[in-house]
Design a protein around this ligand. Structure first.
Ligand code: NAD
Length: 309
């Protein structure tokens, strides 16, 4: 049996449609559209692609998206000064600093920058105040990728209450907030990571398995209980032809995509898992578009809650 595909592109499009009237109402009321400031430091190719996607989606949704670029040589102080300016700006309801910052800024730079963002404008939900409110299950701007996963599960009528959920990956931006959100939806949650013993056996206990480790096709059918829901957060760019040939059958459309582009975006979940899982999110077209939809939703929420200030 082949798993039901949870179509993130379609669900994200539905969310964007739902947001449209609320964006219009805000713009009429406030005399300006909701504003999102994106800070991009340097020219990292993947970041350029992500930022372009956010810019396009935001503009299409009727937001004012202000891309603020700094050179790769910018200092941490310059980034912090820019964040301060955006914090003080009445036109910027949301602020996002694209991760990663250049390595030369030092290992703690990103956290220092996230710490500096006004929590009311923290549309990525990485500020410690936002994280604390999330842990306490209080209203907050929650990180976009895990909240996108919750929306997908919810709208696909995947029961979370009482379900056994296993997350592979414990990062601050995906794994940990994912665990909190699933917990708040009454799942019984296990977080796995690179030191977890018997990882496949733990994963195979899940009704809902979230793969967020960033290793192409790592999660094979042996990790998956038959009928489980599998959410694939991973994004890896595979350029090795032999690997693509190992993963995809000769008649797979993915092979044709690889021939055309010379590379392939692959998730953390092996294609063979589709034969075992009950439902699965594809890559591309799964969690990725949901992340952007949730960014728009967070920006509108930030705009709406700050409009009366
Ligand atoms: P990260 O590198 O910060 O964290 C990876 C986590 O996986 C770590 O906690 C680590 O312990 C765990 N891990 C690594 N190797 C492991 C192994 N062999 N076994 C078990 N656990 C292992 O990554 P991240 O920022 O959380 O992102 C994870 C993946 O999700 C990446 O591929 C990233 O590109 C992708 N991502 C996608 C979106 C989206 O919108 N679709 C958003 C954010 C991140």
């Amino acid at each position: 049996m082949s798993a039901r595909i949870i179509d993130g592109t379609a669900i994200a499009a539905a969310i964007r449609e739902e947001l449209r009237p609320a964006v219009e109402a805000f713009s009429r009321r406030a005399g300006r559209p909701p504003g999102l400031g994106i800070v991009l430091v340097g020219h990292e190719p993947a970041s350029e692609i992500y930022v372009r996607g956010k810019l396009r989606a935001g503009t299409e949704a009727g937001l004012w998206v202000d891309l603020q670029r700094l050179p790769a040589t910018a200092s941490l102080a310059e980034v912090l000064a820019l964040v301060d300016r955006l914090n003080a700006s009445p036109r910027h309801d949301g602020i996002l600093v694209q991760d990663p910052l250049p390595a030369a800024m030092g290992p703690g730079a990103a956290q220092q920058v996230f710490d500096a963002i006004d929590p009311r404008k923290d549309v990525d939900g990485f500020n410690p105040a936002s994280v604390g409110r999330l842990v306490q299950n209080r209203p907050t701007l929650a990180p976009c990728t895990p909240s996108g996963v919750i929306e997908m599960l919810d709208r696909s009528e995947i029961a979370m209450a009482g379900a056994r959920a296993v997350i592979i990956g414990r990062s601050d931006i995906v794994g940990k907030p994912m665990a909190m959100l699933l917990l708040h939806h009454h799942a019984t949650v296990t977080i796995c990571h690179s030191k977890t013993r018997d990882l496949a056996a733990v994963a195979a206990e899940a009704d809902i398995l979230v793969a967020a480790l960033g290793r192409a096709a790592f999660v094979t059918p042996g990790f998956v209980r038959p009928g489980a829901t599998v959410v694939d957060v991973g994004i890896s760019r595979v350029t090795d032809r032999a690997e693509v040939e190992r993963l995809y059958a000769p008649d797979s459309p993915r092979r044709a995509t690889f021939e055309k582009r010379g590379s392939l975006v692959v998730g953390d979940v092996h294609p063979d898992v589709a034969a075992v899982a009950g439902a699965i999110t594809p890559v591309p077209g799964g969690v990725g578009p949901m992340t952007i939809a949730m960014l728009l939703k967070n920006t509108l929420a930030a705009a709406t809650s700050t409009a009366g200030r």
